[in-house]
Design a protein around this ligand. Structure first.
Ligand SMILES: *[C@@H]1O[C@H](CO)[C@@H](O)[C@H](O)[C@H]1NC(C)=O
Length: 414
């Protein structure tokens, strides 16, 4: 302000009437108002126009951009669904007002404690309720991730009681029906998956999955499965046709028992899960793909992990998801997919592929081109560490234009 430094605020208001605003201040105010209006309009457009595909936002890394910048990146790509492995309050806050829908997670280490009703309620009170009150969209809580992949029998036995406990705690908080409660499985729960109609759960998982499916059916919550056709290709590249796993033109595979034809492995895996669920007597539980992806780089013994293959997989997957395609067994249920993952995560243990599943490098440059140019705003911070307001307004302004440009571009290429 022009008068700054000429006295304390109280003496100024007491002694002199407010001076007319200098022209540039008035103009700046009008600019801010205009940007705010554009932002409101842009925010409404963003909800209705979001892509159908979701993305996993993992954070096992020490070099990722701040959640505020990631929120810009995802909105510039029109991503409307994000899955987290925790309930990071910084992420949920950074996305407030964007309309983006979240899946939040309770880590495996906390699963056994959630069996206690008080602990489940406390977790929700801390990690979910304040964000819902502030307007966040949280559609689902996953209690544990891939617990049947390991051999921790105590953890496996705790999953269903923990899921039930979180579900009851939601009801106690008056949130029944607003948030689904489930867990995410790896394909290790399957004992048989080919042909898809012969899909069956592994004997070891069956005693846990039978009552779990009864719960999902009763609460109308989805069965989440992490599917990686890449693993099948990597294990047997000589016999698994690359075209079949990359959604490219190929002869396909017939299921002799049903007469259904599969032109890609992902749909065959999803239908094998549907068949396994149906074998237990449930036809009303939806299967969603909580993770799928392809690494752009791997160790020498990880064939097929290239940027070309990863780009082809994601590009073709996105095309089908945006077509709202169903699988051969469930043609009327569009496959719901969360891509793994948003960023390469440099602190993930295991083979090199594990650190190279990202759509983006941590600096926001795309690892391969999938026809979606994201925009990661530059990191501009004031001395105090908070983003400068002028810079934020500039970003809002840029966002509106970039989002609209992307939208038209995606339409024209799609
Ligand atoms: C819960 O899951 C069901 C089945 O997938 C889905 O139809 C419903 O929309 C989900 N609820 C929320 C709040 O997203």
């Amino acid at each position: 302000m022009a008068a700054a430094g000429t006295g304390t605020p109280s003496s100024r208001t007491a002694l002199s009437p407010p001076a007319p605003l200098p022209y540039d201040v008035a103009a700046a105010c009008r600019f801010v108002l205009l940007v705010a209006l554009l932002l409101l309009a842009g925010g409404q457009v963003s909800v209705g126009d979001a892509l159908s595909i979701g993305v996993n936002y993992g954070q096992i890394a020490n070099n990722l951009p701040s959640p505020a910048r990631v929120s810009w990146l995802l909105r510039s790509m029109r991503i409307g669904k994000v899955k987290l492995y925790d309930a990071d309050p910084n992420v949920l806050r950074a996305f407030l007002g964007t309309g983006v829908e979240f899946v939040v997670g309770i880590g495996n280490e906390a699963v056994p404690s959630m069996v206690s009703p008080a602990a489940a309620q406390a977790w929700l009170q801390q990690h979910v309720v304040p964000h819902l009150r502030a307007g966040a969209r949280i559609a689902c809580v996953t209690v544990g991730n891939e617990v049947f992949k390991g051999t921790d029998a105590a953890l496996q036995a705790a999953v269903l009681p923990a899921v039930q406990s979180v579900h009851r705690a939601l009801a106690a908080l008056g949130l029944q029906g607003r948030v689904n409660v489930t867990t995410a499985h790896s394909l290790d729960v399957m004992g048989a998956s080919f042909p898809p109609s012969a899909g069956a759960f592994a004997a070891a998982a069956l005693p846990h999955l039978r009552p779990f499916l009864a719960f999902l059916s009763a609460t109308r919550a989805p069965f989440l499965i992490n599917c990686y056709p890449y693993f099948a290709y990597k294990d047997d590249p000589a016999r698994v046709p690359l075209e079949y796993v990359l959604f490219q033109p190929n002869a396909g595979v017939a299921d002799a028992r049903t007469g259904l034809r599969y032109d890609n492995m992902l749909y065959a895996q999803v239908d094998a899960v549907y068949a396994a669920i149906q074998a237990l007597g449930y036809t009303d539980v939806e299967v969603k793909v909580s993770e799928t992806g392809w690494p752009s780089r791997g160790d020498p013994d990880e064939p097929g992990a290239t940027p070309e293959n990863a780009g082809t997989y994601i590009r073709n997957l996105m095309r089908r998801i945006e077509m709202k395609q169903g699988t051969p067994m469930r043609p009327d249920t569009p496959v719901d997919v969360y891509v793994f993952a948003l960023f390469n995560e440099n602190l993930k243990p295991g083979p090199a592929s594990e650190r190279n599943y990202g759509l983006f490098y941590p600096d926001g440059t795309p690892v391969y081109n999938v026809g979606l140019q994201g925009y990661l705003p530059p990191m501009l911070v004031s001395a105090a560490g908070a983003p400068q307001p002028q810079v934020q307004y500039l970003f809002f302004f840029l966002d509106v234009f970039i989002c609209h440009a992307c939208k038209h571009w995606v339409r024209s290429v799609g």
